[in-house]
Design a protein around this ligand. Structure first.
Ligand SMILES: [Zn+2]
Length: 90
């Protein structure tokens, strides 16, 4: 899968910033970008373009996730480096 296809699939699936409902106390910036649940530097090549590893977040919610990895993991917004991303079935 190409990075462009990965981003398109995640955008179509999520539709809007996924932090809106999960983290209502954080003001959403409303312009979401495709982010990775698992830090890119810890991903295999396949995981970087696996839609199960993608999530649509605005800059504000992404910053919160980055600073609160344990809480974000509990909300399904983050994967630890040792966790495997589920297989993508096209
Ligand atoms: Zn947001």
């Amino acid at each position: 899968m190409t990075p462009a296809t990965f981003r398109r699939i995640v955008r179509e699936r999520d539709g809007r910033c996924q932090g809106v409902d999960l983290l209502p106390d954080i003001a959403c910036w409303g312009i979401p970008e495709v982010n990775h649940l698992k830090n890119r530097s810890q991903c295999t090549a396949a995981e970087k373009v696996n839609p199960h590893n993608g999530v649509l977040l605005c800059t504000a919610h992404h910053a919160w996730v980055t600073g609160h990895s344990l809480k974000a993991r509990a909300l399904g917004l983050h994967l630890e480096g040792w966790e495997e991303v589920p297989e993508w079935l096209a």
